[in-house]
Design a protein around this ligand. Structure first.
Ligand code: SF4
Length: 340
């Protein structure tokens, strides 16, 4: 029997799968480790980074183990690239209702699946979604986009905001650095997500490897919707690429500058003090959302100058899912409820 969650379409008959998270049981594809989580903590939505969804909000970050990719530079390789059988002693087991209750207790406005690929834990995430929906907690995720069409539709039902990794723009890049044959399913799924939910896109840039593909990526995003935010990450030498160079900030900034004509919401991450983490009004270019960059430790909201998602200078709308949410909004709400 084949697994249909991602485009690897593993044959499960021999008890093995690429991600190690599914098995065949009585003629069905089932999770090996349902409701087991590697991660749960409260963080800022900007740290993920989502910049155009509920700015300022507190997110509960969750993750599991295993992945359908083997990126040479994976920053989470310690959990994503391990055999899930070997990390079960460090996993937490929480029923979906408990996970949602913890998000509420931590005062989180939303839940975001980060760390590894959500497709390898989709049945558990579907169960979390049922309780999150009842509690009025939106869910988001980061995905590599290498899912089947069926799984992509399911993900778009679970997650109202999705960050898709577009790591390069050629089969050759994905073959060499990620370990899959073709980029096509990822491009198809970005279109599918963009039709169904809020999308942001992330691209790691490796100097002299994929920086020449940046403008093509910008053009691809522009052709879907120029309002889609694009996050470019300076790739840090990690995992199996510890010997690579830190990309040159000035050179990458220059390359990105030319893409600004195509995409008004471009961000450049992974160095402290980046000006590229602010949102400029697409019309008058005034910074309307200011953020701090803490380098690879994440970002945070500084000033939100777009009340009702409108530029305070020229009144141009700023593309946004929801609007600003105070970091302590849920605590204040809970206190208010208690005093009534
Ligand atoms: S989700 Fe895992 S088991 Fe299913 S096809 Fe992808 S890698 Fe294979």
């Amino acid at each position: 029997m084949k697994c249909n969650y991602c485009e690897r379409k593993c044959e499960l008959a021999n008890g093995k799968s690429f991600c190690g998270m599914f098995q065949e049981e009585k003629g069905a594809v089932v999770e090996k480790y349902p409701d087991k989580w590697s991660t749960y903590f409260a963080s800022r939505v900007e740290s993920v980074p989502f910049y155009h969804a509920y700015p300022g909000s507190r997110s509960m970050i969750i993750g599991t183990a295993g992945c359908n990719f083997r990126c040479r530079y994976c920053a989470n390789g310690f959990i994503a690239c391990q055999n899930p059988d070997h990390v079960q002693d460090v996993m937490y087991e929480f029923a979906p209702e408990k996970l949602v209750a913890m998000a509420q207790k931590l005062g989180c406005h939303n839940i975001i699946f980060n760390v590894n690929e959500p497709a390898v834990s989709l049945p558990s995430l579907l169960r979390v979604k049922r309780y999150a929906q009842k509690a009025d907690i939106p869910m988001g995720c980061l995905t590599n986009g290498y899912t089947t069409q069926e799984a992509t539709r399911t993900m778009a039902e679970i997650f109202s905001f999705v960050h898709v990794g577009l790591k390069g723009f050629s089969d050759a890049f994905y073959q060499k650095y990620v370990g899959i044959d073709s980029i096509d399913p990822i491009l198809r799924n970005i279109n599918m997500f963009a039709d169904r939910c809020h999308v942001e896109i992330a691209s790691p840039v490796i100097e002299d490897v994929n920086d020449h593909e940046l403008h093509e990526i910008a053009q691809f995003i522009h052709d879907i919707d120029p309002q889609i935010p694009w996050h470019v990450f300076r790739l840090l030498p990690e995992h199996n690429m510890k010997g690579s160079l830190y990309p040159n900030i000035e050179r990458m900034s220059l390359a990105l500058e030319s893409s600004r004509k195509l995409l008004p919401y471009i961000y450049f991450h992974n160095f402290v003090g980046s000006d590229w983490v602010n949102t400029l009004c697409p019309h008058c270019k005034t910074p309307v959302i200011k953020r701090f960059s803490l380098g690879c430790s994440g970002d945070r909201l500084d000033k939100f100058l777009a009340p009702d998602n409108i530029c305070f200078v020229c009144k141009t709308p700023i593309a946004m899912l929801g609007t600003k949410v105070a970091w302590d909004a849920n605590q204040k709400k809970q206190k208010g409820e208690q005093t009534i």
